[in-house]
Design a protein around this ligand. Structure first.
Ligand SMILES: Nc1ncnc2c1ncn2[C@@H]1O[C@H](COP(=O)(O)OP(=O)(O)OP(=O)(O)O)[C@@H](O)[C@H]1O
Length: 261
């Protein structure tokens, strides 16, 4: 057993009636690594992260948390295992402050039920520093709606850090972001990894996923088509070629997608 294995999925299958969204997937994430999950539309990425989040039950298969099999996997067990998913579309309350979003539902309160306002501010500042979210303009009391797309991802990551999440799942965090904003997200992700957290990074832009990840899992029609480290792959182009070959075996008449699936 690998000592620092946070989660392991073994032979996970999920069918919806006749449709197999996942047809026997093995996946693991170890402490302090960024795993890139890629695959064409309909490959099963969303289904897999919903299973990790406990929102969807696998039809069959085994889930191990730190080497121990867990039965009756659900959202509560997923939270207990230290897994937090940042879904792209419903990550934050944009009319609220950064502090509010970080502590959402888990505010620091004293014995008499009073909110520890100063402590919360200090903790929010510490978390923002820890993920490298330093800004001359924005502080913990800034309204999230005023932040850029990349900075918003930072707030969601800071919240996951506050929640003691060991595995933070980022669902397409750089989709629709500019290069500068993408670089901010990468910075936050690297800081979170440096703090010992693991990240499962889902993305359609292969170059983005390649840049930020240590290891890659390619899904294809509900199966793992490739698991490889960055060193094994060597370059983003190798990953792009692999994905293009999957989509068009033999490659006849293929136009390059430029690394977006
Ligand atoms: N609730 C559902 N009911 C029926 N079929 C489903 C359901 N959810 C997913 N599927 C099917 O399972 C397969 C995998 O879908 P999934 O959304 O997991 O893929 P994906 O890799 O996340 O795709 P995308 O990148 O487009 O989001 C698809 O064929 C999809 O139609």
């Amino acid at each position: 057993m690998v000592q620092n294995r946070i989660i392991e999925l073994k032979d996970i299958k999920k069918s919806y009636g006749q449709v197999y969204a996942l047809g026997g997937v093995d996946l693991h994430v170890d402490q302090g690594e960024v795993v890139g999950l890629v695959g064409d539309n309909g490959a099963g990425k969303s289904t897999l992260i919903k299973i990790l989040a406990g929102a969807v039950r696998p039809t069959t298969g085994e889930i191990l948390v730190r080497g121990e099999p867990v039965s009756n996997w659900n959202a509560g067990r997923s939270r207990e295992a230290g897994i937090e998913t940042v879904f792209q579309d419903r990550a934050l309350a944009v009319q609220q402050t950064i502090i509010w979003n970080i502590f959402m539902g888990r505010e620091l309160v004293g014995p008499l039920g009073f909110l520890k306002v100063r402590k919360q501010r200090e903790e929010a500042e510490r978390l923002m520093r820890e993920i490298g979210f330093t800004s001359k303009v924005f502080g913990p009391s800034s309204i999230v709606g005023q932040l850029s797309g990349g900075e918003r991802q930072g707030v969601a990551i800071a919240r996951a850090m506050y929640n003691q999440s060991d595995l933070i799942i980022l669902d397409e965090p750089t989709t629709a972001l500019s290069l500068t904003e993408t670089a901010k997200v990468f910075h936050f992700v690297r800081q979170a990894r440096a703090a010992g957290r693991s990240i499962l990074f889902i993305g359609h832009n292969i170059h983005h996923v390649f840049d930020i990840s240590d290891r890659f899992v390619v899904l294809d029609r509900g199966r793992v088509a490739l698991q490889a480290s960055k060193a094994e792959l060597g370059s983003a182009e190798a990953l792009v070629r692999f994905m293009e070959e999957l989509a068009h075996p033999g490659g006849a008449g293929v136009q390059s997608t430029g690394g977006t699936v």
